[in-house]
Write a protein that binds this ligand. Structure first.
Ligand code: PLP
Length: 399
């Protein structure tokens, strides 16, 4: 058969464009800061994950520079062979102390943690007795991919529905060898949180492991941003706490915090850790400084929450529906996709940068603009953003 083996590339891309489901890149002409330059225009940034504005913190930038000068630009290898430097170990030691766990481990990204570790925690026993993962229906895509790579059975429970989780656990308990419950700590589309205290209790009762993805909770939730486990007073009790340096920490990198046994197991078993080059020294230097800043400068987390409270309250009093959010992720519900897109286009014209989240990322009638608060925004910035949202929300009939 004569065929064009790559014709699908153009066809599938064009289908995305026709359905307006393609991503357009919008390059920043400078740092990711509360006031940033996008495609040449000054904007107030309302959709970065840089919650605490640490990506611009002088001590963290200096940490990167100093480490690059001392250790060079690249690490030369994967961690397991010749790519572990003192500075990589220093980050893990400091992180474990900060998180209140026995040990910690850094991966290249948070995605690499979920894709590399989840499939190792479960599988099948030598006697053929199987394992099961029980997952919240709204868990992040990287968890979904990790679960897909796992050779085990799967159960899904309705979002945050503890009754349903218990039902699945009750059935699973006698049947399976290992049971692994996985949940996001903070859910990234709605900004609500998992009832980790109840999940922990159920896991104790039914002999299940607990795994929480705290990507949006690291640096945000709990005292000094120690994360969702600290928020629920469960330091060191959740079996696997994973998170990322790419959001509130303002750098990049995945992290796991837990027992020494967990860490020894994880780095020996995760293929994403074993087979991928380690972080450049500058990344490790910035991570080290970021943990130090969280530990010694509580003002950033405090300001983030002050801004969050004010912004949420004002959005509600203007008449917007902000869903179930209790975190700095605040959705502005718009209904149909077209409305969310129109609102986003309009506010971007007026200098406020926030993008629509539409089907298939969320249900068809739950399209929204997702805003993310930042500790570096002033009251004046927030008032400007609110005025722009109010004006355009009214013009479009959303409020
Ligand atoms: C962002 C995110 C990740 C991925 O983290 P990276 O370090 O950026 O790869 C994983 N899980 C959740 C819930 C996230 O929001």
């Amino acid at each position: 058969m004569n065929r064009n083996p790559t014709a699908f590339l153009k066809e599938e891309y064009e289908t995305l464009v026709q359905n307006k489901l393609d991503w357009k890149m919008r390059p920043l002409g400078g740092p990711s800061a509360p006031h940033c330059k996008i495609e040449g225009r000054e904007m107030i940034m309302l959709c970065s994950n840089n919650y605490l504005n640490l990506s611009n913190h002088p001590k963290i930038i200096q940490g990167a520079i100093d480490a690059a000068k001392k250790y060079g630009a690249g690490s030369g290898s994967v961690r397991a062979i010749a790519g572990t430097m003192d500075i990589h170990m220093d980050v893990e030691k400091k992180l474990a102390k900060f998180k209140g766990t026995e040990a910690a481990l850094v991966y290249q990204t948070g995605f690499a943690v979920n894709a590399g570790l989840i499939p190792q925690l479960v599988g099948e026993g030598p006697d053929g007795k199987r394992d099961i993962i029980i997952s919240d229906e709204l868990n992040h895509g990287s968890i979904i991919d990790g679960v897909r790579l796992a050779k085990c059975d799967r159960g899904v429970y309705k979002h945050n529905d503890m009754g349903e989780l218990e039902k699945v656990l009750k059935e699973a308990n006698p049947k399976y060898r290992r049971i692994l419950i996985i949940t996001d700590g903070v859910f990234s589309m709605d900004g609500d949180i998992a009832p980790l205290d109840q999940i922990y209790k159920l896991a104790q009762e039914y002999g299940a492991m607990t795994y929480v993805d705290d990507a949006h909770g690291e640096g945000v939730m709990g005292p000094d941003g120690r994360g969702i486990s600290a928020h629920f007073n469960l330091h060191g009790k959740i079996d696997v706490e994973m998170g990322t340096f790419s959001k509130a920490y303002g750098v990049v990198g995945g992290l796991v915090a837990g027992s020494r046994d967990l860490i020894n197991f994880s780095y020996n078993k995760s293929r994403t850790w074993l087979l991928s080059g380690s972080h450049p020294p500058a990344v490790a230097g910035a991570q080290l400084a970021a943990i130090d800043v969280l530990d010694t400068e509580p003002q950033h987390v405090k300001k983030l929450w002050e801004n969050t409270k004010y912004f949420k309250q004002q959005l509600k009093s203007i008449g917007f529906n902000t869903g179930n959010s209790v975190t700095p992720i605040t959705p502005i519900m718009c209904g149909e996709s077209a409305k969310a897109k129109a609102l986003s286009d309009a506010i971007i014209k007026d200098g406020i940068f926030a993008l629509p989240i539409i089907f298939p990322m969320v249900a068809k009638d739950k399209a929204r603009i997702r805003t993310m608060m930042n500790a570096g925004l002033s009251r004046e910035d927030l008032d400007k953003a609110l005025a722009v949202l109010e004006k355009n929300g009214k013009a479009l009939g959303i409020i």
